[in-house]
Structures are given as structure tokens and as C-alpha cells.
Design a protein around this ligand. Structure first.
Ligand code: TXA
Ligand code: MG
Length: 302
């Protein structure tokens, strides 16, 4: 199969939506990272996603919507907190987990009773969902365990020849994945993102829990897998001085990195291309204050 690169214009979006309707996979940009899309209601297409990503079968997918009305196609029960949060943060980088409707294919939720829902703010993503006429499942468009894709060429690096098309919408404006919050029972933060715990608490007017990735039964299956990692060993340093003295004594090919959320995955992928063996990441105070970025760095360094 030849993977087509589609322009983010009306024609490209029409073509992408035709491919999705016929059960093909199309990668598309969102404000966070690129997603690898399939229709929520085409389980055979969704099984291709698991296959090409080499994604563990127990890891559920996020359903992406363009309009709040699509919610009723997906969710069986919508708690009040959903509406409070969606009013503030939709469209945007927040994913909410609620009870799934029984008629949504179970492969979406990896067999579980809950479904993750997000309304991206990216115009191309929303235009594509509308044109496809159905919500789209879209995990990050990367091989499982590898850094997410923030540009179309990253998608091609991982999936050229394996998916029907990618819509090239340039670089993503955020660069790391959405915040994931479960609304099953007491609200519980499952993945950190640019929408912070404090911002969510301010809207809900209550404190929320943060899920423990190391508990015996992780609430979000994705938490238990090593993630976001380049081939290079990632080492975290407090200062550039420490990293420099490490690299002087190391026999390996080292590179020092001053990370930003926007460029992190691009930098990881570039390091792999350059054959870097050890990536020495400087965690300045500013970096440390960005909890979502620190979370990705810590996972990559495990
Ligand atoms: O920013 C994003 O969320 C991107 C863009 C493309 O929208 N998507 C993304 O999808 O990061 P993915 O599949 O790479 O990560 C989804 C995370 C996984 O950790 C998964 O375990 C969790 O959300 N998740 C999905 N459905 C869930 C559910 N029903 N219950 C708990 N966690 C769920
Ligand atoms: Mg992912």
C-alpha cells in the first residue's frame, strides 16, 4: 500500500473521509499530537490500528468528536461533571472517561465498560470528523512505546506503506498528549497534560485524585507501559554542568537536551536518527514546573 500525503484543504479532507468510511486508516493532526484515525463504528478498521501500532490489545482508544451532540452516540451515562468540564475545556486537550454505550464496538474500549472521549480544537481534526460522519478513534500516531508524532514526517517514519494516508497539517501546537480524567466514581486524573489538575479542580470545585501508575490494577491500561521513549537511554540532570561532566566520562555518544513540551518528541526522534546513545536532559526549574513534561521525561527515562 502506498501511503498518500493529503493536503489539509477541502479536497484532502474529503478524500481522507472517503478512505475512513471505506475502513482505511488515516493519520491526522490534532493540537496535541497526530492521531491514527478510524471510524468508531468500524471494528475491523480499528483492529488494523492495533495491528500497525503493535498496540497491546488491552489498551483502549480515545473517541474524538467534533460536536457535543455526538456524545449521545458514545456515552451511556453523562455525569454533570462532564458538562461542567466540557463547557470550560472543549474543544481542547482534555479527554474524559465515562460509561460506554453497549452498541459502541467493544474493541474501542478494549473490552471494558468505559469510553474515553475528547473534542480536539484543531480545525483539520474537527473538519475530518464532520466529513467522516462519525466520531473517530485515534491513538497517537506512533509505534507503541515510541515517541508520539508531532509532524506528518514522524507518522511516515513509523507507518509509511501501512496506512492509507496522512493529512499534513504541519507541526502540532502543544506537542504532548491530552490530559485524561476518569469521571467514573470520584474524578481521577489518569494522564497529566497541559490542562492541569488545579485547572480541573477550580472548575469542579473539588479536589481530584491522581491515579497511581504503579498500583496493581492501573485504572488506565496505558499507564503501565513504557512510553514516549527514544532508542537512546534518557538520563535526567538538574544542571548542564552535571550533564557535561557525565558526558566527558561516558564512552557513549551523548547529546545534551534542553526540553520543551512542543519539541520533546521531535527531539527524541532526531536523536534516534543521529544515532545518539545517551540523551542527557536538563531539568531546569522551569521544566520541573511543567508537570506534564516532567511526567513524559520520567517515563522516557525509566
Ligand atoms: O492527545 C491525545 O489524547 C492523542 C490525540 C491523537 O488525541 N491521543 C492519544 O491516544 O494520546 P493514546 O491512545 O495514545 O492514549 C490514550 C490514553 C491511553 O493511556 C489509554 O490507556 C487511555 O488514554 N484510555 C483510553 N480509553 C480509556 C478508558 N476507557 N479508560 C481508561 N483509560 C483510557
Ligand atoms: Mg499514545
Amino acid at each position: 500500500m502506498q501511503t498518500r500525503i493529503l493536503l489539509p484543504d477541502q479536497e484532502g479532507i474529503q478524500e481522507a473521509s472517503r478512505l475512513l468510511q471505506s475502513g482505511e486508516l488515516v493519520a491526522f493532526p490534532t493540537e496535541t499530537v497526530y492521531g491514527l484515525g478510524a471510524s468508531v463504528f468500524l471494528p475491523e478498521a480499528i483492529s488494523k490500528i492495533f495491528h500497525v501500532k503493535r498496540r497491546p490489545q488491552d489498551n483502549p482508544l480515545i473517541a474524538h468528536i467534533a460536536e457535543i451532540e455526538e456524545l449521545s452516540l458514545l456515552a451511556a451515562e453523562i455525569p454533570k461533571s462532564f458538562y461542567c468540564l466540557s463547557e470550560h475545556f472543549f474543544p481542547g486537550p482534555l479527554t474524559l472517561v465515562v460509561e460506554k454505550r453497549a452498541d459502541v464496538p467493544s474493541i474501542v474500549s478494549a473490552g471494558g465498560p468505559h469510553i474515553a472521549i475528547r473534542m480536539p480544537s484543531h480545525d483539520i481534526a474537527r473538519a475530518l470528523i464532520r466529513a467522516a460522519g462519525s466520531p473517530l478513534v485515534a491513538p497517537s500516531a506512533n509505534l507503541s512505546g515510541k515517541p508520539s508524532s508531532t509532524r506528518a514526517d514522524h507518522v511516515l517514519n513509523d507507518f509509511d506503506g501501512q496506512i492509507a494516508a496522512v493529512i499534513d497539517g504541519g507541526a502540532c501546537s502543544i506537542g504532548i498528549e491530552s490530559t485524561v480524567l476518569s469521571l467514573i466514581g470520584e474524578p481521577m486524573l489518569l494522564r497529566l497534560g497541559t490542562i492541569t489538575k488545579e485547572a480541573i479542580e477550580a472548575v469542579l470545585g473539588t479536589q481530584i485524585q491522581v491515579a497511581n501508575a504503579f498500583s496493581e490494577k492501573p485504572l488506565s491500561p496505558g499507564m503501565k507501559y513504557r512510553h514516549y521513549a527514544p532508542l537512546a537511554k534518557v538520563r535526567l540532570f538538574e544542571s548542564e554542568e552535571g550533564a557535561r561532566s557525565y558526558s566527558e566520562s561516558s564512552q557513549k555518544r551523548c547529546k545534551i537536551l534542553h526540553p520543551t513540551a512542543l519539541e520533546l518528541y521531535s527531539d527524541f526522534r532526531a536523536a534516534d536518527k543521529e544515532g545518539i546513545e545517551e540523551l542527557l536532559v536538563i531539568c531546569s526549574l522551569e521544566v520541573k514546573r511543567d508537570l506534564a513534561l516532567m511526567n513524559r521525561l520520567e517515563k522516557a527515562s525509566q
